[in-house]
Design a protein around this ligand. Structure first.
Ligand code: PGA
Length: 229
């Protein structure tokens, strides 16, 4: 990622990153901060689009992805605030389709995503594309799977506080990224990682669509890889 940013900056071009939240990308974000602080990697020519945001959470809610990204990455880089994009969690219901269409247009106008980072949920979701999300799906409102809400419950202090819906880039949006890196750590991810990599390509496991992407790489630790043959 650093090489891509440096090469494109040297060529006078911006780099468009697709970013993820959750525990998985935190080591990556810590390394990007280190590269910025210690090795002068500049994000002045970087544009970012996050995968998703909870519906109903204001930006300053501690569990909003806006808060997560600023706390864990953006506040520590020289990334211009106007280059940062996340779906808006407080968008009025009637404005959701227009908001999602504008998000898609902003990605297109930026030239598309050069490098997309992904985690994987235990439902196989990438972004919040829960089982049943079509391969061609675009940015939209999604109903969160009970497994996903359960996994988020500790951070929210109880299941009843976890939002029921989110806005997420669609599978089709994600798959248009020119380069994709999915990361997964720990034994809890082993079964779904196996399904995503060696199971059928199915909308029941949205990460399985990555099998057909020309430049997608899975980065796994030993535990997350432990169910692979
Ligand atoms: P995690 O979530 O990084 O917190 O494990 C991944 C995901 O749900 O996509």
């Amino acid at each position: 990622m650093a090489a891509l940013i440096r090469d494109r900056t040297t060529a006078g071009r911006t780099t468009v990153l697709g970013l993820a939240t959750g525990g998985t990308p935190i080591p990556l974000y810590q390394e990007l901060i280190r590269l910025h602080r210690e090795e002068g990697l500049s994000f002045a020519n970087v544009v970012t689009f996050n995968l998703d945001e909870y519906l109903g959470l204001p930006k300053d809610h501690p569990e909003s992805y806006w808060s997560f990204m600023h706390h864990n990455l953006f506040n520590h880089l020289d990334l211009p605030p106007q280059n940062i994009h996340l779906p808006e969690g407080m968008v009025a219901e009637s404005e959701i389709p227009a908001h999602c269409a504008a998000y898609e247009a902003a990605i297109r106008n930026a030239g598309g995503i050069d490098f997309q980072i992904l985690g994987i949920g235990r439902t196989g979701h990438i972004g919040f594309n829960e089982p049943g999300s079509p391969k061609e799906s675009r940015t939209r409102r999604i109903h969160l799977d009970p497994v996903t809400r359960q996994d988020a419950a500790p951070a929210f202090g109880g299941l009843e506080n976890v939002p029921t819906h989110a806005i997420t880039m669609g599978c089709g949006t994600i798959l248009e990224a020119r380069k994709i890196a999915l990361m997964a750590w720990g034994s809890k991810k082993a079964d779904i990682v196996r399904e995503a990599i060696s199971g059928p390509i199915t909308d029941q496991v949205s990460a399985s669509f990555l099998q057909e992407h020309p430049d997608a790489t899975f980065y796994l630790d030993k535990e997350a890889a432990s169910a692979l043959g």
